[in-house]
Ligand binder design. Structure first.
Ligand SMILES: Cc1ncc(COP(=O)(O)O)c(C=O)c1O
Length: 376
């Protein structure tokens, strides 16, 4: 193309390899002495464009993308810990993240403490009791949308010299950037593309931390493919409008559920009845698209409910255009003790909805007929 003629959408660099004109320039690039690209497992212009966009959205200096959200979490944990380190995580932490901390890092001599995200005195006690490398948390949590007190947690972590990692997947890139969080991780599989047809992950942080991660991430190898990066970058153009519209519908759904006789409790941070509604209002611009609730009739009611629904697909994930539902039977965590399950507030009647972009009245009608099947 002529140099003064630009595409409005950047092209995909669907190539694994890049070359320079000379060996000397190749070696300079490999030593980090000149910009450019060499091998797409390390870096690629299309993924780099996405990284810069995401860093700007989350209000941090830099970003490194990965093939899935889970690889963003696991590679960050591997890159930051060594034998003897201690990690503080939470009963409410996303299940595969708990697995990585407890099972995988545990094998390599990294210890952990796991308490409830609501237990602020417990966090202070854990950080005072032993030197802690990392505090990893989420807000809102999965599935019951507890709100972490981010200012309190980051203040305690900073005072004790621990780094904070926040999995901000539920809240999105436009939220929580103003807090003193060292590292954000996101699953790009969710709101970023919004279409549920591509997977990805991102780690967003200060430039010095991202620089530290890059060599380890390239060696671990869960790199985002340029075509996936292109699709995610395309989805991001409508990210905010989708997120906002889905939140408006989520609020309507939460309000309807809160008045329904088949439902005993609704977990949605936007409802004044949510125990941390005031904290959510202070921390968030939107309250998210996950609405969780407890059915009166437990497992049996849950089964009848999810099978009666026509517009909600019975499957995992969140944040895409279609609405989704998870049944109580799908939420059982085998790795938690009875006491930890009590803290997690997941019951035999807990159902999680992920609200999509369908017409709100169609969704409400579908939910009402599902609730009638569940019974009150
Ligand atoms: C909070 C959170 N973090 C990370 C992930 C993992 O993302 P992925 O499925 O892209 O690996 C998920 C997926 O549901 C999630 O809900």
């Amino acid at each position: 193309m002529p140099p003064d003629n630009h595409p409005i959408v950047a092209p995909i660099y669907q190539t694994v390899k890049f070359e320079f004109d000379t060996l000397d320039e190749t070696l300079k690039n490999l030593r980090g002495e000149r910009p450019g690209f060499f091998y797409s497992r390390a870096s690629n212009p299309t993924t780099r464009q996405l990284e810069l966009t995401l860093a700007e959205l989350q209000d941090r200096e830099d970003c490194v993308t990965t093939s899935t959200g889970v690889s963003a979490v696991s590679q960050t944990l591997i890159a930051l810990t060594k034998a003897g380190d201690h990690v503080l995580c939470f009963v409410e932490t996303y299940n595969p993240t708990r697995y990585v901390i407890r099972r995988l890092l545990g094998r390599f001599g990294v210890t952990h403490t796991m308490i409830s995200i609501e237990d602020l005195p417990g966090i202070e006690r854990a950080l005072s009791a032993q030197k802690t490398k990392l505090v990893l948390f989420e807000s809102p949590t999965n599935p019951v949308t507890k709100i972490a007190d981010i200012a309190a947690i980051t203040r305690m972590a900073r005072a004790h010299g621990a780094l904070t990692i926040m999995d901000n997947t539920f809240a999105g890139f436009h939220q929580h950037g103003e807090f003193d969080i060292d590292i954000f991780v996101h699953s790009l599989t969710k709101y970023a593309s919004g279409t549920g047809d591509v997977m990805g992950g991102a780690v967003i942080a200060r430039a010095d931390l991202i620089k530290q991660f890059r060599a380890d991430f390239t060696a671990l190898g869960a790199t985002l493919d340029p075509h996936a990066a292109y699709l995610i970058q395309r989805g991001l153009k409508t990210y905010f409008m989708r997120y906002q519209a889905q939140c408006v519908t989520a609020m309507r759904v939460a309000e309807m559920l809160a008045t329904h006789s088949a439902v005993t409790r609704v977990h949605y941070p936007g409802l004044p009845s949510h125990p941390q509604h005031e904290l959510a209002k202070a921390q968030m611009r939107e309250f998210g698209t996950i609405v969780t609730f407890d059915l009166k009739n437990g497992f049996d009611g849950g089964e009848r409910f999810v099978e009666a629904l026509k517009l909600f697909a019975l499957t995992a994930s969140l944040g895409s255009t279609e609405s989704l539902v998870i049944a109580p039977q799908m939420m059982k965590s085998r790795d938690l003790t009875a006491e930890q399950v009590r803290m997690s507030e997941i019951t035999d009647g807990t159902v999680r909805l992920s609200i999509g972009l369908e017409d709100v009245d169609d969704l409400l009608d579908d939910l009402r007929q599902g609730l009638a099947a569940a019974g009150s």
